[in-house]
Design a protein around this ligand. Structure first.
Ligand SMILES: [Zn+2]
Length: 109
């Protein structure tokens, strides 16, 4: 696991170390309750953020290809290694999101 810095106290924490506490903001009509994720050292509320979520764009080709295969005869899409290369792109996208995302201060909860 890659530790990331807490934006409040600069301690290195990983995703699974995050605690949770009830959010001060009331739940929406479709939520039973709302929890805020907090740092185990300073109990400051954090959320995953940063520009890393742009990496999710790499997942789009595989998603679109899968959708197309539902509607179009799959012979048209039988380009060699197309699915494989899009899968690699998607994997890089997910890794990129995980590796480059940072914890940000969550001041609204
Ligand atoms: Zn902290």
């Amino acid at each position: 696991m890659f530790p990331k810095n807490c934006p409040w106290c600069e301690q290195q924490i990983t995703l699974h170390q995050l605690g949770s506490r009830p959010s001060k903001r009331p739940p929406k009509w479709y939520q039973f309750s709302r929890n805020a994720q907090v740092c185990p050292y300073c109990s400051g509320s954090v959320k995953l953020g940063g520009k890393a979520f742009r990496f999710l764009g790499l997942v789009a080709p595989l998603f679109i290809l899968t959708l197309l295969q539902l509607f179009i005869d799959s012979d048209l899409l039988s380009i060699k290694y197309l699915t494989e290369s899009f899968s690699v792109l998607a994997a890089i996208g997910f890794l990129g999101v995980y590796y480059f995302s940072r914890f940000e201060k969550n001041e609204t909860v």
